[in-house]
Design a protein around this ligand. Structure first.
Ligand code: SF4
Ligand code: SF4
Length: 296
């Protein structure tokens, strides 16, 4: 594995299994010896900033930067040219257009920006116009690395494109290691998060659904031939299944983190795990040491 400009993605088959917690702590640990850029690719629910002790909803801070993302387009109808033939309505397979009072009307929440209506309109009354459907934030943290995150506006589609844009912005920074908090699941934003990864750390919980989600995300990771390691979070809620998963992953097993209600208390006070004395802190440090050996 190349020793500079490496990308490490923390991914999971489902949300809420500790991805951002692990990513934030690893970013803080790696930042002690490497040039880091932290990237939150969960454009539908970005929360890496919170795990790093920053309230993103707080008043905009001077050194932060916001960049608009224009990832789709919507039709604009020129009613002076339209003769209400209804062809656009009939040919919109997403049912985003309907005729009301003799005029085609757009439901923007159903429109996928495919452009079929523009092509089909005999009067050339429809033009596709780019729309801003999200934004990217470059946040300056009290730690010695930037955080690039992004979010999709409510009701908008195109999170995969937003993720690609977040990563493009992150590439503008000088770094040895890019730590990427992936979107959960196996869809478009996950594929965009995993693209170009040198290593994927998969994190899951020892539950039947956690195990099955792990296998699903692993199919994506294997499809792209990305080396991977496994971390089990809350391993002690089901030690038997946890041990089965550990054996199943063999040498890919990286470590485990215990369940602790205090973690949620810490995070609700915007205290990063590494700034606590919780057991999870020690366990993540152990995972970090194992990971360093795999990266070196
Ligand atoms: S296809 Fe063009 S002319 Fe026909 S209803 Fe739609 S906008 Fe109007
Ligand atoms: S751009 Fe596509 S989805 Fe949107 S209204 Fe036109 S045909 Fe329908």
């Amino acid at each position: 594995m190349k020793k500079s400009k490496r990308k490490l993605v923390i991914a999971s088959g489902k949300g809420g299994v500790g991805k951002s917690m692990l990513c934030s702590a690893l970013a803080m640990l790696f930042a002690k010896t490497k040039k880091i850029v932290a990237v939150d690719c969960d454009a539908d629910a970005p929360n890496l900033a919170i795990w790093l002790g920053l309230d993103p909803s707080s008043a905009k801070r001077e050194r932060d930067k916001t960049i608009p993302v224009i990832a789709s387009a919507r039709p604009e109808i020129d009613y002076k040219k339209c003769n209400a033939c209804g062809l656009c309505v009939k040919n919109c397979r997403f049912h985003a257009l309907s005729l009301k009072n003799g005029r085609p009307r757009l439901n923007q929440f159903l429109c996928e920006g495919c452009g079929a209506c523009e092509v089909i309109c005999p009067q050339k009354a429809i033009k596709l116009k780019p729309v801003q459907n999200g934004e990217i934030k470059i946040l300056n943290l009290k730690y010695d690395f930037p955080l690039i995150s992004g979010n999709l506006f409510p009701g908008e589609s195109g999170s995969g494109k937003v993720v690609a844009e977040i990563k493009k912005q992150a590439e503008k920074f000088k770094y040895d290691l890019m730590l990427i908090d992936s979107a959960p699941g196996t869809g478009c934003p996950v594929i965009a998060s995993l693209q170009g990864a040198n290593l994927a750390i998969l994190i899951t919980e020892p539950t039947p659904s956690g195990f099955s989600d792990l296998k699903r995300v692993l199919e994506v990771v294997n499809h792209f031939n990305i080396p991977w390691s496994l971390v089990i979070n809350k391993w002690d809620i089901n030690p038997q299944l946890s041990s089965k998963m550990e054996k199943w992953t063999k040498s890919k097993f990286l470590g485990k983190i215990s369940y602790d209600k205090q973690i949620f208390k810490a995070i609700s006070n915007l205290t990063p795990i590494l700034e606590t004395n919780l057991k999870a802190k020690k366990e993540i440090e152990k995972i970090f040491n194992g990971l360093k050996l795999r990266l070196d």
